[in-house]
Design a protein around this ligand. Structure first.
Ligand SMILES: NC(=O)c1ccc[n+]([C@@H]2O[C@H](COP(=O)([O-])OP(=O)(O)OC[C@H]3O[C@@H](n4cnc5c(N)ncnc54)[C@H](O)[C@@H]3O)[C@@H](O)[C@H]2O)c1
Length: 415
């Protein structure tokens, strides 16, 4: 049944892969009773045009965000531009009277965090951050177990995330490869992971000590070329990426690159790449918990390991995404109780949709009216800010060699 009185009039800003799929075609297909797309904005109008063709419908296109806001007056703006300019769109949207869903990371610097938080407080509007991993059923189950005191107080966490040499490499093909655009993968990617930790533990990080080096991509590569499509090393390079073989990405990025020079298959071995590809961090929490974390970007497997260690036992998960052997049909959470308490094996079948099923459940939570949120899965700007600050502290620690206290870098009003 259509729910016309509750439909959200939203604008989509940024029509790359994420905007076009998650917040474009998928949102309109799956939540059609709840949303109307009233405007699409991208600096690159050719990409916006292509995206609209993929999304469907006839929402008007804008290169200028202020004009979109003035003409269409959406009540919600979904921000899917590169990380470093999220703040410009978020602040302008809030000031024009709209609520915002920002793709992660919320932003990339301390100053930009302060700008967003000030605008949110000043306008009284709401900023959601798309922390879809909180909604993965395995994550929700582990949060429930922790909150129920199953292993007593959590005293330490082992958390290791592996990106494979396709997905991981993708960050080194594009704008993410430069700190000024992404804040490094300690911000761009680890924002998900630091947010998960903050949420699981229900506590704030206090201090971070980290290492991060470029050991595989960038200047460490054996050769380089201008871009895969015309690279003289295409036959010998394991990272050769055939954009033309992917109809969706080719249509969205190749011809539109003539407008803005944004090529989707830039060389992963560019000499000026300035972000680490191999990262580790230890984090101390206000609760007393200690975390050891790592992020690797060129693995033959994709997925993560996490284990929570407490006074009364241990909860662990190895979550598989991609690997060169048979995938298990379900994920298994192991709850191992100390002192002869045995092991409980909790089988979690794989869910459809992106991010272990989290993408769909997050959109249900946001768009299907007020819903109970007993696990606190819906994330706002503070959660976005704290996870970015954790990444900025880690990057600073990796660059300077010292431990970094979050309080020393945070803008006022966060802690
Ligand atoms: N939550 C998740 O799991 C998840 C997954 C993928 C991407 N993302 C996030 O989504 C965002 C977009 O990622 P993507 O891979 O689609 O990026 P992309 O580079 O493919 O697309 C970004 C688009 O924004 C446009 N753009 C740049 N500046 C703009 C501006 N000022 N105004 C309007 N348009 C502008 C570009 O022309 C481009 O079309 C990033 O912040 C990324 O971190 C989140």
């Amino acid at each position: 049944m259509s729910n016309t009185h509750n439909r959200t009039r939203y604008a989509l800003v940024g029509t790359g892969n994420r905007g076009t799929t998650m917040w474009g075609g998928e949102l309109l297909a799956g939540w059609s009773d709840h949303v109307d797309l009233v405007g699409i904005c991208d600096l690159n109008l050719m990409r916006a045009e292509r995206a609209r063709g993929m999304i469907g419908g006839d929402a008007p296109l804008y290169a200028d965000f202020a004009t979109l806001m003035a003409e269409q007056k959406p009540s919600l703006v979904i921000v899917c531009t590169p990380d470093h300019n999220h703040d410009d769109i978020i602040v302008a949207a809030l000031e024009a009277g709209a609520d915002v869903i920002s793709e992660k990371p919320l932003t990339t610097t301390v100053e930009k965090i302060a700008r967003i938080r000030d605008a949110e407080a000043r306008t009284g509007r709401r900023v959601d951050v798309s922390f879809n991993y909180r909604f993965a059923p395995t994550a929700a189950k582990m949060k429930e177990l922790i909150d129920a005191g199953t292993i007593g107080q959590v005293t330490s966490v082992d958390f290791h995330w592996y990106l494979d040499n396709r997905h991981g490499a993708d960050y080194f093909r594009r704008w993410h490869a430069f700190e000024k655009n992404s804040g490094s993968l300690f911000v761009h990617k680890a924002t998900h992971h630091f947010d998960l930790l903050n949420w699981y533990l229900g506590s704030d990080p206090v201090e971070v000590k980290a290492f991060g080096e470029l050991l595989h991509y960038g200047a460490k590569g054996p050769f380089r070329g201008p871009r895969c499509r015309i690279c003289p090393h295409r036959d010998e390079c394991p990272y050769f990426f055939d954009l033309a073989a992917d109809g969706f990405l080719d249509a969205l990025y190749e011809d539109p690159s003539e407008v803005d020079g944004y090529v989707r298959d830039a060389c992963v071995f560019r000499e000026d790449i300035d972000i680490p590809d191999t990262m580790t961090a230890v984090i101390r929490y206000a609760s007393g918990a200690q975390v050891s974390y790592s992020l690797n970007t060129y693995m033959p497997v994709e997925g993560h390991h996490i284990a929570f260690n407490g006074h009364l036992g241990r909860i662990e998960l190895r979550q598989y995404e991609k690997q060169p052997w048979e995938m298990p049909k379900a994920d298994e959470i192991l709850v191992v109780r100390s002192f002869g308490g045995g092991v409980e094996r909790i089988e979690m079948p794989h869910q459809p949709g992106g991010h272990y099923g989290g993408d769909n459940l997050m959109r249900d939570m946001i768009f299907k009216g007020e819903r109970p949120d007993p696990l606190g899965q819906r994330a706002g700007s503070r959660a976005g800010a704290v996870s970015v600050l954790t990444g900025l502290a880690a990057l600073k620690s990796a660059r300077t060699g010292g431990a970094v206290r979050l309080q020393d870098i945070a803008p006022p009003g966060i802690f």
